[in-house]
Design a protein around this ligand. Sequence first.
Ligand SMILES: [Zn+2]
Length: 284
Amino acid sequence: MLGALAMVAIVLVLSLLAAGAGSAGAGSGRLAVHFIDVGQGDSILVQAPSGKTMLIDGGPADASARLVACLEAEKVSGIDVLVATHPHADHIGGLAEVLRTFPVDLVVDSGKVHTTATYERFLTLIDQKNIRFRLGRAGDRIDLGPGLDAEILHPSEPLPENMNDCSIVIRLRYGKVGFLFTGDAEREAEGAMLDSGADLSATVLKVAHHGSRTSSSPWFLEAVKPTVAVIMVGAGNSYGHPHRMTLLNLQDYMDRVYRTDLDGDVVMTTDGTTFEVRTARSGP
Ligand SMILES: [Zn+2]
């Protein structure tokens, strides 16, 4: 997929490092983050310099064949950490096929109960395959090898009522470059993270809930201060995502917001100091 040949050369090289400093990333491999176009849904592949892989969500079931093909094209032979941010079908629908295709070492789940056949099938497969399973809670860390810091910032117990607000939120840092993966977190989750005092700052924001108006409040954006944003959204979706107000608020921080409905797959690679963005299409 994300095969370099197909990529249109949209390259941003941001100098994030003050002159001279340069420990992180120096001499080590690169971190790659693939925002995979699964239509209306989320699926993000993280390939660590250590070789470890983390898949955050698996998109809807009808995109699972494409998702598996994308992972195979990236030479993924196994998944070290599979994160299900929350049990809505646009996030976990494709995970059954992923579990059938690839060996998975650890599943991190929100633990929010959802009585759908999709979620039950997901849990049954994990059980049948005897895969390690744990709940993701604020303060937990995910081991992706040296140089990477992956911390879960949300949720905490007790879980919110609203399923989207139970989304597992992960802040991934490699040197000076940070990513914030927000699932479908809405206002209550954003408020909880702001109240927690956690450092939310990140270079790259995976915009929550497909750019819905119920997420990405100005207060939250001000705490994150992203310079690059990605909205994972399906073309012509019936939800009106992304919302115009969200796009306007994001424009206060950056000129260019990547969107999987317009750009296709969006791939970011970084050595911890600078990073590049490539997209499958040329975008808007
Ligand atoms: Zn969603």
